[in-house]
Design a protein around this ligand. Structure first.
Ligand code: PRT
Ligand code: ZN
Length: 288
């Protein structure tokens, strides 16, 4: 049995660029020229399969692909109608964050979903929600432009993905209930062979390294020795900052890997507490 892996990613759309970036930043080279379905990596035992996102969970289920990158919403919809599915989320990837939520026309009163017509691209998840909450409603599957359905008499309300909220606002819709939050996830088949699992673990560690680096910043600053403790406490997610002596005996330099975002507010607080020459630098890779 081959230990070469296959990872399915979205060919075009919201997930494509971040998926390609994650793979290439993990040190895997490949090129996706033209309309090709398969790209072979030249420096890691992996092939990249470029497909529609909706096909990814079933490709992993059937072991055509060992791994996939897909929105958790798509994975959960797939699993909502396949109770014995072996396809599982193995790593949250932190991009393409959104939520699946119910929305209704502004001004329309909807006290309960009972007996309502709900348009959605996620009928499995909506039906599961209704069942869990002992509600009975008519779920209408629509593949695109769900936000228009209340205005053409197809539905009373919708259940759709929301990120900025601009689409709801542009269509005079207001959110009234969140069903779930979602982000891109790495999926795998829970019955993968031991041989491949080792390779998958190696890849997962690299992905984690890229994800950690995305959040991390390397911070360097100077301060009075007497302020150093207070300043170290302000550094977000810094385990053990390095404190270095400076020419001036009363002053030190502090260097720290901050594994949480460093916002302008944090920098302003550091300055107020006595820090100067504050440098915040991007981090390329982190291996903890
Ligand atoms: O062609 P293919 O089938 O591969 O792609 P697709 O058209 O089905 O998916 P695509 O590329 O639109 O989205 C892929 C994934 O991105 C989704 O499954 C989600 O996990 C994630 N994602 C994140 C989103 C959004 N944010 C999002 N805002 N997917 C869709 N939307 C749509 C939403 O349906 C609505 O129409 O954007 C609109 C709302 O956006 P806001 O910003 O106006 O709120
Ligand atoms: Zn799709």
């Amino acid at each position: 049995m081959s230990k070469r892996l296959t990872i399915a990613i979205q060919k075009k759309g919201r997930l494509n660029q971040d998926s390609v970036d994650l793979i290439t930043k993990s040190g895997i080279s490949f090129s996706t020229n033209g309309e090709r379905l398969l790209a072979k990596s030249s420096n890691f035992d992996i092939d990249i399969l470029l497909v529609r996102d909706d096909d990814i969970p079933s490709l992993v289920e059937k072991k055509v692909a060992d791994l996939g990158i897909v929105g958790e919403n798509v994975l959960l919809e797939y699993k909502s109608v396949r109770k014995s599915s072996k396809t599982v989320n193995v790593l949250d990837l932190g991009f393409s964050k959104c939520k699946l939520a119910f929305a209704k026309p502004e001004g329309k009163k909807i006290k309960s979903l009972n007996n309502k017509k709900i348009a959605t691209s996620y009928p499995g998840l909506v039906k599961k929600y209704l069942k869990e909450n002992s509600l009975k409603a008519d779920v209408i599957k629509i593949n695109g432009s769900v936000e228009l359905t209340p205005y053409v008499g197809i539905a009373d309300c919708i259940c759709d993905l929301v990120s900025s909220g601009a689409t709801l606002e542009a269509n005079n819709l207001v959110e009234f209930k969140e069903l779930l939050t979602s982000q891109a996830v790495l999926i795998a088949n829970s019955t993968t062979s031991k041989l491949k699992q080792k390779r998958i673990s190696q890849l997962k560690e690299r992905f984690k390294g890229v994800i950690n680096a995305r959040e991390s910043k390397y911070v360097m600053l100077n301060c009075d020795l007497s302020d150093s403790e207070k300043i170290c406490n302000l550094l977000p997610g810094a385990d053990a900052p390095t404190i270095l002596p400076l020419n001036d005996k009363n002053k030190v330099a502090i260097h720290a890997l901050c594994q949480e975002p460093v916002f302008w507010e944090t920098m302003e607080n550091l300055k107020k507490t006595g820090a100067s020459s504050i440098l915040v630098m991007p981090v390329e890779k982190v291996l903890n």
